[in-house]
Design a protein around this ligand. Structure first.
Ligand SMILES: NC(=O)C1=CN([C@@H]2O[C@H](COP(=O)(O)OP(=O)(O)OC[C@H]3O[C@@H](n4cnc5c(N)ncnc54)[C@H](O)[C@@H]3O)[C@@H](O)[C@H]2O)C=CC1
Ligand SMILES: CCCCCC(=O)CC\C=C/C=C/C=C/[C@@H](O)[C@@H](O)CCCC(=O)O
Length: 267
């Protein structure tokens, strides 16, 4: 997929990975709607992008992905302003093992909401242009992040939902591909979450374990993950696939199929 003139929406775009994804899309010629709950940081980033790429390449909408109304309004205003929709990155996410219902509402419900809203506007049977949706999961969606069980559950949910909806969209000829990005630790603000009792909750005392896991996996830079995000957006052969990205390496996950589902330890 060539990106010149394409229209993208990125949620959680104001900082971190969402900012990196938005920037690489702009660098490759796309127009980008930046959606984020943080109005000040989002508007500040739009001002920076306006200077760098021109005032007509980005929009910023204050949007909480927990809100059906705000997501619907932001997506529709983007299509009205830019004339269509080709790429959606459902990226907004948090770590909160304390307020776990909020974590589920943002990380899982928010991704489902963004995916369904995108399909309404992108699928060919609705007069859309087709395109690609990238849902941001995590390595924690492929193997349990033991000191963040709720976060793990949300990311497993993103992987399972995305694999299922990708398959059914292909069967229905929607023209929309859906893939998952599963990074390991990346140098963003979220990393501080498990060192704060407010967000780590009952697992705050396990911060030492998390630190060991972080040292084991290493920390990747946003720019490296953004390069792999771009590959996932552009590779039209990929649908329903999970791209795992860790410091200095990346691979597409091979999920067990059919008879392989039976473990090597049959009963
Ligand atoms: N940084 C890391 O180590 C990894 C992060 N991820 C995932 O990457 C995604 C982005 O996280 P980071 O950039 O690392 O974190 P971050 O905390 O730097 O950025 C998250 C962005 O999402 C926004 N946001 C939070 N709640 C929102 C809501 N309800 N509605 C709209 N926007 C909201 C925040 O304002 C912020 O701009 C998340 O889904 C996270 O789970 C996945 C694997 C590793
Ligand atoms: C501080 C919170 C950051 C959350 C952002 C992330 O999503 C980071 C996820 C990065 C790593 C997750 C690792 C999960 C590992 C499991 O697959 C499994 O290998 C853990 C095994 C634990 C052990 O070594 O016993």
């Amino acid at each position: 997929m060539a990106l010149d003139g394409k229209v993208a929406i990125v949620t959680g775009a104001a900082q971190g990975l969402g900012k990196g994804f938005s920037e690489i899309l702009l660098q490759n010629g796309a127009k980008v709607a930046l959606l984020d709950v943080n109005e000040k940081v989002g508007n500040d980033l739009k001002a920076v992008f306006d200077k760098e790429y021109g005032p007509d390449r980005t929009l910023f909408w204050t949007c909480n992905v927990e809100s059906e109304e705000q997501v619907k309004d932001s997506f529709q205003k983007t299509v009205d302003a830019f004339g269509g929709l080709d790429i959606v990155c459902n990226n907004a996410g948090i770590v909160n093992e304390n307020n776990w219902e909020k974590c589920v509402a943002v990380n899982l419900n928010g991704v489902v909401r963004g995916t369904y809203m995108a399909l309404q506007l992108m699928k060919k049977e609705n007069g859309g242009r087709g395109g690609v949706i990238v849902n941001v999961a995590s390595i924690a969606g492929l193997g349990p992040f033991v000191t963040a069980p709720i976060y793990t559950a949300t990311k497993y949910g993103v992987v399972g939902f995305s694999r299922a909806i990708a398959e059914v969209c292909s069967m229905c000829g929607s023209g929309v591909r859906i893939n998952m990005l599963c990074p390991g630790f990346v140098r963003t603000a979220i990393l501080s979450s498990l060192h704060s009792e407010e967000t780590a909750g009952q697992f705050y005392s396990m911060a030492g374990f998390t630190q060991k896991l972080l040292e084991q996996y290493g920390v990747t830079e946003v720019s490296e993950v953004a390069e792999y995000f771009l590959k996932l957006v552009k590779d039209e052969s990929r649908n329903g696939e999970a791209l795992m990205v860790q410091k200095g390496q990346a691979c597409y996950i091979k999920f067990p199929q059919g008879a392989d589902m039976f473990s090597s330890d049959p009963v």
